[in-house]
Write a protein that binds this ligand. Sequence first.
Ligand code: MN
Length: 315
Amino acid sequence: MLQRIKHIINEGKRFLITTHIDPDGDAIGSVLSLYWAFESMNKMSLIYLRDPIPYRYNFLPGPSHTLHEFNDTAFDGIFVLDCGDLSRIGDGYESLRDRGTIINIDHHNTNESFGSLNLVDETASSTAEILYRLYTSLNIAFTLNISINLYTAIFTDTGSFRYENTNAHAFHICEEMIHKGVNPSYVSRMVHENHPKERFILLGLVLATLETYFKDRIAVACVTNDMFRQTGTTREHTDGFVEYLREIKGVEVAILVREISSTRYKISMRSKGMVDVASVCNLFGGGGHKNAAGCYIDGNLYEVKQKLKGAFNIQ
Ligand SMILES: [Mn+2]
């Protein structure tokens, strides 16, 4: 598979790079690192992102602009990164297939192998780890622009080297990126210590909704559109909230319920390892990893919480 992808890269001139909606650090870092990898090979690449780059990743080097709409051009390859299924790219994803060969590079175990070429390794800590292998086999030099993006992708997807997907490869690659000039404390400051004050006012409101079920093994907190209005914040300010809930002693699964509308909610789940939250989210048509997954549930807030409770079979 690696050989076939290398062939497409070596033969092609123009590429499109994209990832999922509500992009996280692995999504952004992976996309931007691939952009710089193409730059170093003197190949043209464009980035399509449905959503703007979240503020905490604005420090990462990237092109001066990214596409937020598809135009009519065709590409020699379309790289879809960190995306379990193609629809996660957002509106217009159907038209992508007519614009070039889709190369799917990912580490979600729910990945649907939607590409013409699929480089999926669910044992990898992150999509960035798989890209590192690709760059190495292409003999691409790890410039600071590539390195800081790969480092940040791995740093964030492993929860700052705390989650179960933290493996020796993650440390090995990050060590190499430090040798290439990445400053770990700078990345950590940019990612974790650069939030607007409003985010913490929102966090206070969200934590006040905390409930636990099944003898404190499940923790649930909610964020509503009213809270966003009240604090002048948006969805991206909730990034990291569900991870706080995981820090509660005895909690096995942390859940953040975010209002989309009064009858539809977005669910983010994090597990400490005992419960496979990807399979729970799958019950509602979502997916993700064993320890980090998401889905949408229809109903009012009360009904959504009841459905969540019903989905867990904990004695
Ligand atoms: Mn990822």
